[in-house]
Design a protein around this ligand. Structure first.
Ligand code: ACM
Length: 635
């Protein structure tokens, strides 16, 4: 079978930098490059099936978008090709621990992708697409030999769709992004205090009264699962019980440990409403519910949440307290343990293995349970000591808005792998991509690549390069910003300011105001990035001693004027910092030492700018401070 994309052979003129992420297990650069200036033909040799065919078709589109080279449908057999040789089908559904390995060889004449299974070929095709780089006369693929396989079998992204509704398009495009960086588990957090977001045919009031009217129909769920399967991604649903369940009680208050009525929660936090573990009707309800949902989701793993049980409803309920005494349940943890054991036996009856947040780790838990560690890495070690398999999420909370370098240093150690978590109290469908990407790419590398892949400079350079390519798979982590800024006011000065700031972490947001699902996320803090690539480039310019680049940026900053009330102080600080930077730069250029008192005054002014304003940090201060730290040496 032949697929016709685009490729034309031209003499190779230079070997471009290889910018892959995640970094393959083994990579041997070769001489020269395969030019990619027109048609690329993809030939499937050996085993093929519809999953492989659609992956090849997607690769064609991807390459065409990424290069701007149009796809044509009557290619010449004479053109060189990417030859995909697969030995056998992948498991019918993406499976924990399946073979994902592949080998890719590119030389000046052609490219060969070999994999034991279709899943390996999927991973290899993503590598192939990443290898395409701009060259002086178009595009090319550097000659290279790659042998690759993942370090961990569980490489996930958790998406919370309850705090802010995430339409199916958001889910689908993030699945494409996940596949692009070889992630293989989509953990779908489908219910919480603020919403129950999936259609139950058995208990339709769950989505009718437990949501604002937006939820995924079962057909949509099946569409997401099929879309993920095509990309070698498992879908693990989470229905968080017994806490985080206010939305269930909006529909069925009788499930709660305290009388209702209840409404879906609008605020963020840990709330009292909790299922009643002493009420047999709760288990009858859950059994029917789990029967329905375990049939809807084909993956053998099923997440029951289990985090942050607030406890006061149990303490205050005489029925729960009597139940605890009658069953020798000494405390809240023991009651929770009892509840989990009951739920686990139902999950098992329906053929599934239970996954829970680390609070579920209590005596009596079935040995095949997977513990998702979020409160610290010790839970992972404790679980392992007791023989449980674990996945790490502590350190991978994307909603905390920490830099990629922070996440990159966290290692899942002896576990199945990890999951990055995107909780969406402070993100909406409009900007969620920018809270996941590009930092997710760095975490994906930690999950896939050899442990020794740790160089931060290389990581940031490659992350930026892959992040730019992800624009062509449909992610909106760059494109969202312009429209959001233009909505706030005149876009030019806002864009300059947006590039000079970084969002403060989740703590700042929690303290800033009493946020709720009804407060719009339409301010600069929602438009700005968690990390400024623009500022990083200027920090690199300082290291290079690149006066021209710095002067140009500082000059633009020194003229920034934004009139939005909450942003004025930031804009004023940006102008002031830039003026200080320009002055320091002129001392450096003249090879003069600035007066000590001037220097002391300016450094303390810069230090004072290092506090959040409007939930934003002025990242622009960093390269200017670096000038004062003597890191600048003119070339
Ligand atoms: C969690 O962050 N409550 C799992």
């Amino acid at each position: 079978m032949k697929y016709f994309l685009s490729l034309l052979l031209l003499p190779a003129f230079c070997a471009a930098a290889i910018s892959l992420m995640p970094m393959p297990a083994k990579i041997v650069p070769g001489q020269g490059a395969l030019p990619m200036n027109a048609m690329l033909r993809v030939t499937v040799a050996g085993y093929s099936d519809t999953r492989l065919e659609s992956a090849v078709e997607r690769l064609a589109t991807r390459v065409s978008r990424q290069t701007g080279i149009p796809r044509i449908h009557r290619p010449s057999d004479a053109l060189p090709a990417l030859v995909v040789s697969v030995k056998a089908a992948a498991p019918d559904w993406p499976t924990l621990g399946e073979d994902e390995s592949y080998e890719l060889t590119v030389d000046a004449a052609s490219a060969q992708l070999k994999a034991p299974t279709v899943t390996g070929a999927l991973r290899g095709m993503e590598t192939f697409a990443q290898l395409i780089v701009p060259a002086p006369h178009g595009f090319e693929i550097p000659s290279v030999h790659i042998e690759d396989h993942p370090r961990y079998p569980w490489r996930g992204l958790m998406l919370d769709v309850s705090r802010h509704w995430m339409p199916i398009e958001v889910v689908l495009r993030n699945l494409v992004g996940m596949a692009a960086v070889k992630l293989n588990v989509f953990h779908w957090h489908l219910s919480d205090d603020q919403g129950f977001l999936v259609e139950s045919k058995r208990f339709p009031k769950l989505q009718q009264l437990g949501s604002d009217g937006f939820f995924y129909t079962q057909d949509e769920v099946r569409r997401v699962i099929a879309y993920a399967r095509d990309r070698g991604i498992r879908v693990v649903p989470e229905f968080d019980i017994p806490g985080h369940t206010t939305a269930w009680f909006a529909a069925y208050p009788e499930l709660a440990a305290a009388p209702g009525p209840y409404e879906i929660e609008r605020y963020w936090g840990i709330f009292k409403p909790t299922m009643d573990p002493s009420n047999e009707a709760v288990y009858t309800f859950l059994d029917a519910f789990l029967q329905e949902m375990t049939a809807l989701f084909p993956d053998p793993y099923f997440h029951i949440g289990g985090d942050e049980v607030e406890g006061s409803q149990w303490k205050e309920s005489s029925a729960v307290q009597k139940f605890a005494r009658d069953n020798n349940l000494a405390n809240q943890a023991a009651i929770h343990g009892y509840f989990n054991t009951r739920v686990q036996s139902m999950v098992k009856k329906y053929g599934k293995i239970m996954v829970g947040w680390d609070e579920v780790l209590q005596p009596g838990l079935a040995p095949d349970t997977i513990i998702q560690s979020w409160r610290g890495q010790t839970a992972l070690a404790t679980a392992a000591k007791s023989g449980y398999r674990g996945i790490l999420s502590f350190g991978y909370y994307l909603d905390h808005l920490r830099p990629a370098s922070y996440h990159y240093k966290i290692d899942p150690g002896e576990s199945l792998g990890g999951e990055a978590c995107m909780w969406n109290e402070y993100a909406s469908a409009e900007n969620v991509d920018s809270r996941i990407w590009p930092r997710m790419i760095a975490i994906a590398e930690r999950f896939w690549s050899p442990r020794e892949t740790t160089d931060l400079g290389s990581m940031y350079d490659r992350m930026e390069s892959v992040s730019r390519q992800l624009d062509f798979v449909g992610l909106e982590h760059h494109t969202y910003q312009e429209a959001m800024l233009a909505r706030i006011g005149p876009v030019e000065p806002l864009r300059v300011l947006a590039d000079a700031v970084e969002t403060a972490g989740v703590q700042s947001r929690r303290q800033a105001q009493k946020y709720s699902s009804l407060i719009p996320l339409n301010r600069m803090v929602d438009a700005a990035h968690p990390e400024s690539e623009y500022v990083r480039q200027l920090e690199l310019a300082v290291k290079r001693g690149d006066v021209e680049t710095l002067k140009a940026a500082l000059t633009i900053w020194s003229q920034n004027k934004v009139s939005v009330d909450e942003l004025q102080p930031l804009s004023i600080n940006l102008r002031a910092a830039a003026s200080i930077g320009l002055e320091m730069l002129s001392y450096i250029e003249k090879r003069q030492t600035p007066p000590a008192d001037w220097r002391a005054r300016q450094t303390s002014r810069l230090d004072a700018m290092n506090r959040p304003i409007a939930e934003l940090y002025l990242a622009a201060v960093r390269p200017i401070q670096a000038l004062f730290e003597g890191r600048f040496v003119i070339n």
